[in-house]
Design a protein around this ligand. Sequence first.
Ligand code: 5GP
Length: 189
Amino acid sequence: MSSERGRLIVVSGPTASGKSTLWRRLIKRDGVDFSVSATTRDPRRGEVDGQDYHFVSDQKFQEWVKQGAFLEWAEVHGKCYGTLREHVLCSIDSGNDIVLEIDVQGTRQLVDCDLPLVTLFVTPPSREVLEQRLRDRGTETEEQIQRRLSIVEQEMSFASDYQYQVVNDDFDRMEAEVELILGYRKEAC
Ligand code: 5GP
C-alpha cells in the first residue's frame, strides 16, 4: 500500500470519441483501477454486469441516490449513471489512481468535491469521423445514433472545462500524450 493518495482520472468526450479504448488501455497498468459505474440502461452485447457497469433498476438507483452512495450522478441519454463513492475512495486511499469515464455533468460535480482530480476530454478529429465510428460500432439503433449525435455539439462545448483536451487523430499518439500528462511516461517518444 502506497503512502501517497492516488488520483481520480476523469475521462470524458463525445460518443465514439475513443475514450473507452483509452481508459481500457490506462487500466492495464499496475496501480490504476477503473470505477465501475452504476446505470439504469440495458447492457449492450458483450457487456458484463459488475465489470462494465453495475446494471440496476430505476428503483435501486434511486435508493442509492438517497443513501448518498454516489460521488456524482447524472441523467445521460435518458438513463441514470453514477459513480460509487466507496469504491473510488478505497482506491485512492490505497494509493492507486482510478479512472472514471463519466459525462460533463458528473465532472462538474466532482470539481467541487475537493478530491485529487485530473480531467481529460477526448475529442474526435471531426464530426464525420465520429459519426462513422458510431455506425461502424454497430451497437445502437438508428434512433439511438441520432440521439447521441444530437448532443455532440453540446458535449463538445464543455471541453474547455477540462484541464486537458486531447485529440484522437491517431490513437497511439494520443495515448502517449495522455501517459505524459499523467506522469506514466517520462518523455515524448
Ligand atoms: P454509455 O451508455 O455509452 O456507456 O455511456 C453514456 C454516457 O454516460 C457517456 O458519456 C459516459 O461517459 C457517461 N457515464 C458513464 N458512467 C457515468 C457515471 O458514473 N456518471 C456520469 N455522470 N456519467 C457516466
